[in-house]
Design a binder for this molecule. Sequence first.
Ligand SMILES: Cc1cc2nc3c(=O)[nH]c(=O)nc-3n(C[C@H](O)[C@H](O)[C@H](O)COP(=O)(O)OP(=O)(O)OC[C@H]3O[C@@H](n4cnc5c(N)ncnc54)[C@H](O)[C@@H]3O)c2cc1C
Length: 454
Amino acid sequence: MQTDTLKRRLRGSLITQFDPGHSGACDALVWNGRKPARRARLIVRAACADDVAEAVRFAAENGLTVSPRGGGHHMSGIAAQADMVIDLGALDGLKIDPDRRTARVGPAVTNARMSAALARHDLAFPVGHCGSVPMSGYLLGGGIGWNSGAWGVACFLVDAVEVVMADGRILTASDAENAEVFWAARGAGPAFFGIITAYHLRLMQAPKAILSKVHVYPLVEAATIAAWAETAMAEAPANIELTLKIAAPPPGVPVKGPLVEAIATVFAGGDDEAHATLLRLFAQAPAAMQVIGPMPTPFDVLDSLTAQAMPEGLRYGVDSLWSDARLPEVVQRIAEGMTTAPSARSLALVMLRSPQAVAPGIGAFSRIGRIFGSVYAIWEDAGEDSAQLAWLRATIAAAAPICLGAYVGEADLELGSGGLSTHTPAAAARLRDLATRFDPAGILAPTARNRAAA
Ligand SMILES: Cc1cc2nc3c(=O)[nH]c(=O)nc-3n(C[C@H](O)[C@H](O)[C@H](O)COP(=O)(O)OP(=O)(O)OC[C@H]3O[C@@H](n4cnc5c(N)ncnc54)[C@H](O)[C@@H]3O)c2cc1C
């Protein structure tokens, strides 16, 4: 394998397994403190789409599998698990056209940078709940972002993608050209058979007010709170996001065991509308141990709240669920799991969509429900890995019989085909078919890469 030839052809850089610093570079590819055992032989730090194409052609000639890496935030560490990793971290161009309300966005542009840049033009986008996650894998898996009830699942605001295909061709895909590739780019996640080097996005008018309010309850009231939330959300507009967070109390709060926080965030046309919406939502809420807010929570504050709950450097496992069951049933099953969580850092989020929420468009993103839940096992000690992951899997398994599937961006892909499916059977079959046609050697999308293949 002539790695020197590849090195000479790149504008970016190449790290091989023989270079000093290789193992540190492999670990740095993954955000999770729990690093994958498998290490890439080659890491290509691409400086442009041509570098990506060079690297893919080199991989094909040498029989190497390839994984693109956006920000390495997929908690499975899947981005680092191929013979060659193509790191897209330098593809961070962001060009906003305020008049047309569109943007061309490099895969490495993070949620935090995106919302800050758009705010300067009075614009917004349904960015994800963690500021450091980049558009790359976030949009490819679907993108369940802030205000997705009113703005929709983020991938349906993608108008076109620029893609390097498995044979090194560079193309643009949209509804008008290469429509099958475009269909897959909207939700395939790691089963995608190309590498996206830019997204073309449609933008939203920025909300004039973002307000949050939190009601805190003991865990024993979880089912009662869920019953209230179900009734309250039945009448709620699409621009309110209601999440039940089940987590240990913050340090200093003298309560034993997890609490339930009902967290409502409204993205409104003004303060009056925001206050009125929150007032209506909580009008019949059971009496809470503690009430926080309403308080202004612009995107940077929302980011910092997520970062506090999920700091970088710890060890993580995550899985998710979509369900159309009754909310109290789903919450009850997850709450029971939380009472046996081996780590006080672990948490669960259960979000209920408004009946008026925007329905998904056409794309590989095909699993959705009224309820979206994620369970995060979070711990520090490597010796606990098996026990923590066993707990996560048992908690999700207890809820699985009343679930429709999982979200690929937050799915426990290490389970292989054993977990809830991330795509409907029809979408999974189409993805497999397209992968066979566009990537016959399985360089980019070996069928084992996610549950879409199940
Ligand atoms: C703390 C935290 C909070 C999160 N919150 C949310 C949230 O609110 N909403 C939500 O929807 N998701 C959320 N996620 C999940 C996140 O969006 C996904 O894990 C996503 O894959 C991360 O993007 P990435 O580029 O870092 O992926 P990576 O880990 O870099 O890549 C994962 C895989 O995706 C594929 N991929 C990535 N980029 C490309 C590309 N440009 N072209 C082709 N394939 C590519 C590759 O197969 C790669 O192996 C969260 C994750 C974390 C860690």
